[in-house]
Design a protein around this ligand. Sequence first.
Ligand code: NAD
Length: 289
Amino acid sequence: MKDVAGKAAFITGGASGLGLAMAHSFCAAGMRVAIADIEQAALEKAEAELRPSNAEVLALQLDVTDRAAMAQAADSMEQAFGKVHVLCNNAGVAVNGAVHEMSYPDWDWVVGVNLQGVINTVQTFLGRIKAHGEGGHIVNTASVAGIAPHPGLSVYTTTKYAVVGLSEAMRLDLAGQGIGVSVLCPGMVNTNIFDSGRNRPAALQGERDTAAIALDEVAEHEGAAALIEELRRNALAPTAVGDMVLHAIREDEFYVLTHPEYAEAVATRHQEMQGAFGRWRQHRESQGI
Ligand SMILES: NC(=O)c1ccc[n+]([C@@H]2O[C@H](COP(=O)([O-])OP(=O)(O)OC[C@H]3O[C@@H](n4cnc5c(N)ncnc54)[C@H](O)[C@@H]3O)[C@@H](O)[C@H]2O)c1
């Protein structure tokens, strides 16, 4: 979508971190922006921050797991801006821990926000974007944890692989319809993600209901210490990622892989898969099946 000026974007998790950075980049490019977030105080602060850009800004309190509220947010957005062109499915939370340490509330909270929240937004908005016929672009925020496995981040990794899968499916399904798709897979970015627990609902508190992802605790898992050191060293400023997302929308870039240092981990995973294809081909040949 080369011409973004005047187009309207809906950003979930828009009151902080990556979502707020996208809002800043979009406002600077002359877009109209709705930021949707569960945290009212942060929304008000973000709205005040964005106003001086002279862009049209709308702040909507929204829990992405609430389908009725999502439909209301879409109605409010259309009332304010007429149409929605760009959808950024970005709200996300994290809980640390290996799979055997997770509780049902851990799964329900993180899957609810990171995956079901994205599904709810797509279900609510995609039909509306298709209906106006002007085209658009959808950006799904996944993570490097969606393209290579990370120790000690079991639930989070599950949701992010799912978001990458959904994005790849959407790209095929929407090909030729004037609606581009991008999947954002950042490594470490300096945001409030480590304080995700601030938005954890009382009903979904679990045994591991720590407010923060304690990096040092993740480091207890085998192989994780070096990874965390690398994460810290390579943390990007959110503003840089906001600009990369705008670039991806304009250039219709699918994979937004902001941290090239993960290329090797992805290659290793793919090599293992290629090896497995080869071995199972031989197995089938040897069995005549
Ligand atoms: N920061 C990183 O290093 C990093 C790396 C890879 C991927 N990500 C992803 O980036 C996205 C944005 O996270 P961030 O790093 O900016 O963190 P952040 O905590 O700064 O921002 C996340 C926003 O989502 C909102 N949110 C949480 N639960 C919500 C809900 N139920 N409904 C609506 N809004 C909700 C929060 O209030 C917050 O404003 C997430 O999907 C995260 O998984 C972050």
